[in-house]
Design a protein around this ligand. Structure first.
Ligand SMILES: C[S@@+](CC[C@H](N)C(=O)[O-])C[C@H]1O[C@@H](n2cnc3c(N)ncnc32)[C@H](O)[C@@H]1O
Length: 368
């Protein structure tokens, strides 16, 4: 269970404070040796942070080096100090707060400030993702059959990229990854085999505001044969910092009649071979030490569950990638299946199998 933040401040509301003054204030509070006096100062700070008129306080004075703190998290941290029963305990909490205000410790591949990690509770860390509803805001229209929910690239970008990084999606489809890249200020390059889909995706991605002026581009092509360094060269970059692969789940959905389309591979073996080629090509431009995420589900063939996901995972392991996580995500039923729910349930009961309700997100790290 996630620990609830114990206060009434709305989540996501930020306070911009004068860093140096706050650091000094916390430092002066820390050096005292009287618990009641320490709590008195903290209660005063809490009142300033909680009051709507707080902007008059010198802690809110303009500065070249401000610190932005999430109000609900700050209040909860101050409450923790106030609830401490001993001076060492109160100092311990206060020291942590002081460190998080005085300095920033970024994650090695993201912009998460590890000293203020509680402010990032929108970032998932569990391996089971139950995403109730598709994000349909902005340019996300959900028009493409076989797209993934925007929350998938959103989470991956938050965890595995920094602002300004480059992201490659070799199975771009409707451009979901690129829309998220625009929102989060990451450069996004997609490759899509089907020219009509690529053209429509380009139009839709362009509808998403681009406040940070990043590059979004979708090239038409076969990712199993494409010269990725040349593609990146068009933008004067040599490497990407994250690759997100969402291939067809073999022939579950046939995306086109093109024989190069992975959904037209004549067998599971051939599908895996082609997928392996896409991974090899992707690896030529993925920066060492950075991440590759693959979203894939399993399939049935003649009454047998084919563990396509695990086969695909094996491919990546054989290419030298280190497995970091296997995320299981709930899977939306297709419209056709939803209409025939009763029939499918009967088939499952009669046939000794379970209906697909999940897919995988395999997270790999390229060796450095
Ligand atoms: C599962 S969909 C990806 C959907 C995408 N994540 C989205 O949200 O729209 C797979 C896509 O891969 C494309 N594709 C299949 N074979 C390909 C290949 N060899 N090279 C590039 N794209 C390919 C298909 O046309 C399809 O659009």
């Amino acid at each position: 269970m996630k620990k609830k933040l114990d206060n009434s401040a709305p989540k996501g509301e930020w306070l911009t404070l004068h860093r140096a003054r706050l650091v000094q204030w916390l430092h002066d509070t820390l050096v005292g040796d009287d618990l009641a006096a320490l709590k008195g100062r903290i209660a005063a700070l809490r009142a300033v942070a909680a009051a709507p008129a707080a902007a008059d306080d010198p802690l809110f004075a303009p500065t070249d080096d401000p610190v932005a703190l999430r109000r609900d998290v700050l209040l909860s941290e101050l409450d923790q100090v106030l609830a401490a029963r001993t001076l060492p305990r109160a100092r311990y909490y206060l020291d942590r707060l002081h460190a998080g205000v005085a300095a920033v410790r970024r994650g090695d591949v993201n912009d998460i400030n590890l000293l203020r990690w509680k402010e990032h509770d929108d970032v998932l860390t569990d391996s089971l993702w139950i995403l109730e509803r598709r994000d349909t805001s902005g340019a996300h229209q959900g028009w493409y059959w076989g797209n993934f929910v925007p929350q998938i690239p959103h989470q991956l970008l938050l965890r595995y990229t920094r602002r300004g990084d480059w992201v490659l999606d070799p199975f771009a489809g409707s451009g979901t990854t690129l829309i998220e890249c625009r929102r989060l200020g990451r450069n996004g390059l997609g490759v899509e085999l089907n020219p009509e889909v690529a053209a429509r995706a380009r139009e839709i991605v362009a509808q998403e505001p681009n406040p940070q002026g990043i590059v979004s581009a979708i090239a038409e092509g076969d990712s199993a044969a494409l010269d990725f360094p040349a593609l990146l060269g068009r933008y004067d970059v040599a490497a990407v910092q994250l690759a997100i692969l969402h291939p067809p789940y073999h022939d579950i959905i046939r995306f086109s009649a093109d024989p190069r389309d992975l959904s037209n591979a004549a067998s599971v073996e051939r599908f895996l071979e082609l997928l392996g080629q896409v991974v090899e090509r992707t690896s030529t431009v993925l920066e060492p030490g950075r991440y590759l995420a693959m979203v894939i589900g399993d399939k049935y063939l003649r009454g047998e569950w084919i563990p396509l996901g695990f086969y695909a995972m094996q491919q990546l392991l054989e290419q030298g990638y280190r497995l970091k996580s296997i995320v299981v995500k709930n899977y939306e039923e297709t419209r056709a299946k939803r209409q025939q729910r009763a029939l499918w349930r009967y088939r499952a009961l009669a046939g000794g199998f379970y209906l697909f309700k999940h897919e995988y997100i395999f997270i790999f790290r390229k060796r450095g």
